[in-house]
Ligand binder design. Structure first.
Ligand SMILES: [Zn+2]
Length: 82
């Protein structure tokens, strides 16, 4: 075996090794990412993201309007879009 052929062989093996190493790395990182995502999903399973609704004081439709008009809220500012 000539020296040149050995060099070519070594380069080829190195390339193949690098390819597989990269492939494996990618695979493992993907797997790691999936595990991370699963952990995140699991941790967020119990946490419900509340839609914005209970912000501030809510006035019932049949409660006296907070504006002091004496009317029911639904007949007063709720209609006005307040
Ligand atoms: Zn009102």
């Amino acid at each position: 075996m000539s020296k040149a052929r050995v060099v070519v062989l070594v380069v080829l093996v190195a390339l193949i090794a690098a390819f597989f190493a990269f492939d494996l790395k990618q695979y493992f990182s993907l797997d790691f990412f999936k595990q991370q995502q699963a952990a995140i999903d699991a941790s967020q399973g119990d946490v419900r993201i509340d839609p914005i609704r209970n912000r501030g004081q809510r006035v019932g439709r049949n409660d006296p309007c907070p504006c002091g008009s004496g009317k029911k809220y639904k007949m007063c500012c709720m209609r006005k879009g307040g």
